[in-house]
Design a protein around this ligand. Structure first.
Ligand code: CA
Length: 228
């Protein structure tokens, strides 16, 4: 699965150029015209990296970056900030927005791709890429789930659901919380959709005797309980 990069840029020509440059380098591109739109996208999925323009209508790129650093889901997200000529990087650094790198417009596509690759290398250590709980192992960069070295085929939604539950073992989530965090607040999905996806997860885990790890909490919802 290709790594995805979120591009937040209000000017269509620059957004197109970014999309073209980044897609050609082999990444999936998610486009947002505003910070608000970016937050909606981030509600649904967290990309491997974000490129954020400083000057945006509404919430600025600096404010967006600060906000992302405060949210546990995006606090580690590598961010490159785009600045126009004249908005000096040193000046921006004083904003302390938690940005990892700066690229000045007009940018050279080759340089931008080099910066992206360098930042992805810096931020991704292979050891941190694995989440292993209760006999299930998730590769957080490739989104592959394995049990005892065998790949368990889960869809993207089941993967996100499993990751959330595994990150908080023994914590019960109600259906509304799962909808918010797996499907995102901006999407309308019925609560029983959660049950459908839990059933699918249990089905793929059953051959390994691990369907029991996702327990129904009566009157609440679900929790991940590692089998000892
Ligand atoms: Ca702009």
């Amino acid at each position: 699965m290709a790594q995805s990069i979120l591009v937040v840029e209000d000017e269509p020509e620059i957004r197109d150029l970014l999309n073209f440059t980044i897609s050609r380098a082999g990444y999936d591109v998610l486009e947002a015209e505003t910070a608000e739109h970016a937050l909606q996208i981030l509600d649904r999925s967290v990309p491997e990296l974000a490129i954020i323009d400083w000057m945006l209508p509404g919430m600025s790129g600096v404010d967006l970056s600060r906000r992302l650093r405060k949210d546990e889901l995006t606090e580690q997200l590598p961010i490159i900030m785009l600045t126009a000529r004249g908005e000096e990087a040193d000046k921006l650094k004083s904003f302390d927005s938690g940005v990892d790198d700066y690229v000045t417009k007009p940018f050279s596509p080759r340089e931008l791709v080099a910066r992206i690759k360098a930042l992805l290398r810096r931020s991704g250590s292979p050891e941190d890429d694995l989440l292993e709980v209760g006999g299930i192992c998730l590769n957080l960069s490739s989104h592959v789930a394995t049990v005892g070295g065998n790949e368990v085929h889960v869809g993207p939604t089941e993967y996100r659901l499993l990751e959330l539950l595994m990150r908080h073992p023994n914590r019960a989530f109600d259906r509304g919380q799962l909808l918010d965090r797996v499907w995102g607040r901006s999407v309308y999905v019925e609560e029983r959709t959660v049950d459908v996806h839990v059933l699918r997860l249990r089905k793929v885990l059953q051959p390994y005797g691990l369907d029991r790890v996702i327990q129904t909490v009566r009157g609440v919802g679900y929790r991940f309980s590692p089998v000892s």
